[in-house]
Write a protein of this length. Structure first.
Length: 194
């Protein structure tokens, strides 16, 4: 897999994780997808923000939504696109330049390598060492699962309500023509001409 540089990038169902990458004197993003590796001239946080906007929300709105659903305020996971199950979590405070963003959907397993590093096995069976303690990584995985569960419960409840509303029998109608009730009969007055 050879890195390619692209100007615009939106997180999609194939995105596994995004890391900051020093490229010359700037910080770029290295994006790992299931079958590709991509360089972007934008920082990981910028890609997270533009991806939220691409799917119809702001990063701040997604972050506030996570807080309202789960009560998580620090290193909060976010949903980028709930319809495609795109949930990401940060490895540190998102304001830190070394923050890595990881897709919850693509994490298969993880295990400690050193006290501050974790080997993560992704859906495509690749293994990457991430600079985060296994305890913190596990905590982020659980918090993201909690967010997913809460949001899915809300979405399922709305679906149930819509189904109930659309599929329950309507109240019985009177045998008379109901369209006549509540209408005023307009009669034309005869017109007289001089």
């Amino acid at each position: 897999m050879k890195d390619k540089i692209i100007e615009e990038y939106e997180i999609n169902p194939c995105t596994m994780f995004i890391i900051p990458f020093v490229y010359g004197s700037k910080i770029y993003s290295k994006i790992y997808e299931l079958e590709d590796e991509i360089l972007s001239p934008f920082k990981p946080m910028e890609i997270i923000k533009t991806s939220c906007e691409f799917f119809g929300s702001s990063y701040e709105g997604r972050k506030e939504g996570s807080r309202k659903l789960t009560g998580i305020t620090h290193k909060a996971p976010i949903v980028i696109d709930p319809t495609n199950s795109i949930y990401f979590f940060p490895t540190t405070s998102p304001n830190q330049p070394e923050c890595i963003w990881i897709s919850h959907e693509h994490v298969l397993q993880y295990r400690q390598t050193t006290p501050n590093h974790t080997n993560v096995i992704f859906r495509n069976k690749t293994i990457y060492e991430i600079p985060i303690s296994t305890r913190s990584f596990n905590n982020q995985v659980i918090r993201t699962a909690h967010l997913r569960t809460k949001l899915m419960q809300r979405m399922n409840e709305m679906e149930r309500r819509a189904y109930f509303y659309l599929h329950t029998p309507k109240y019985m109608s009177a045998s008379e023509n109901k369209d006549e009730y509540g209408k005023f009969m307009v009669r034309k007055e005869p017109q007289f001409f001089d």
